[in-house]
Design a protein around this ligand. Structure first.
Ligand code: ATR
Length: 281
């Protein structure tokens, strides 16, 4: 597509950034909505994120996504922060505002909950939600669930201290348990979410025995490569409703695209197909 001199510009800053699927995702929407704009990969080495973000206004960029390893550093240097980004402790979306101010937000929580709601019958209730993992992704997932009204969260992590730390920070209704307890803790749960990297292509499978999990509990994996992780395959085989991780990636991109390009983009089957073809290739 040929850009005009008035093209709207955005991109993704990360290191490495070549693996990011965001250019494909935003590129699909730019074409679909016939927008005079571009979304480009921007490799920014560790330690250079402040310089790179500060350059956005002079380069005429409307903003960027920020990914590994810059999400926490971006939080420190934005001029304004969405309260959710502060609670999650990371920024994944930056918008250049008036007077060239950098406004940071985190759309991962939105992406997670929107994907869960649209692809399952999840409703809040008294039964606990079990979250596997206590890293950055777990933090966004837990905040999303609490804000959506989840009454009880159990965080299970290999490194117990990390689970304790996150549970303490999140406050009432959140408990931490030992990794050894991951099988037994599923008893009575209404939702199980994997936020660890286990099950991802090239990583070991997540070893969790689903026997204690109620038959109607939803099982959600935020890993999307492969789309059907061993966890989701095991859950599907015993009849549990499952939600894959691709939707979270797609929905988290919506708010940024709207802010930079002025159109609220749709997450639909055509977009999923494009992304799945890329994952397969
Ligand atoms: P992210 O920001 O993507 O969540 P992270 O902060 O590195 O990444 O967190 C990765 C999560 O996967 C952590 O909960 C990690 O457990 P530890 O806190 O004990 O490191 C979990 N994880 C990674 N490899 C694991 C493994 N082999 N067994 C169990 N948990 C694992």
């Amino acid at each position: 597509m040929i850009l005009s001199g008035k093209a709207r510009l955005a991109g993704v800053m990360g290191w490495p950034v070549s693996h990011s699927r965001s250019p494909l995702l935003h590129g699909h929407w730019l074409e679909r909505y016939r927008i005079d704009g571009a979304y480009v990969p921007l490799p920014v080495p560790p330690g250079r994120i402040e310089t790179a973000l500060r350059a956005l206004p002079v380069l005429g960029f409307r903003g960027v996504n920020v990914t590994v390893p810059h999400k926490e550093a971006a939080l420190e240097m934005c001029d304004e922060l969405d309260p959710l980004a502060r609670r999650i402790g990371a920024v994944n979306t930056v918008v250049v505002g008036e007077d060239d101010r950098l406004i940071g937000s985190n759309t991962d929580a939105y992406g997670f909950i929107e994907n869960l709601r649209r692809n399952s019958g999840w409703r809040t209730g008294p039964a606990p939600v079990v979250v596997l993992g206590a890293g950055g992704a777990a933090r966004a997932v837990c905040v999303a669930l609490l804000d959506a009204g989840a009454a009880s969260l159990t965080i299970v992590n290999r490194t117990r201290l990390r689970a304790d730390f996150l549970a303490d920070e999140l406050g009432a209704g959140v408990d931490a348990v030992d990794w050894d307890q991951r099988h037994a803790t599923l008893e009575g749960a209404m939702l199980l979410v994997n936020t660890t990297s286990l099950g991802m292509t090239g990583q070991p499978a997540l070893n969790v025995d689903l026997a204690a999990l109620p038959a109607d509990a939803i099982v959600c994996d935020i890993v999307y490569a492969p789309l059907e992780t061993p966890l989701l395959a095991a859950a599907r085989a015993r009849g549990n409703p499952v939600v894959d991780g691709l939707g979270m990636l797609l929905y988290q991109a919506q708010p940024g695209f709207e802010a930079w390009f002025g159109v609220r983009p749709e997450v639909d089957q055509a977009l999923r197909r494009v992304m799945l073809e890329d994952l397969a290739g």
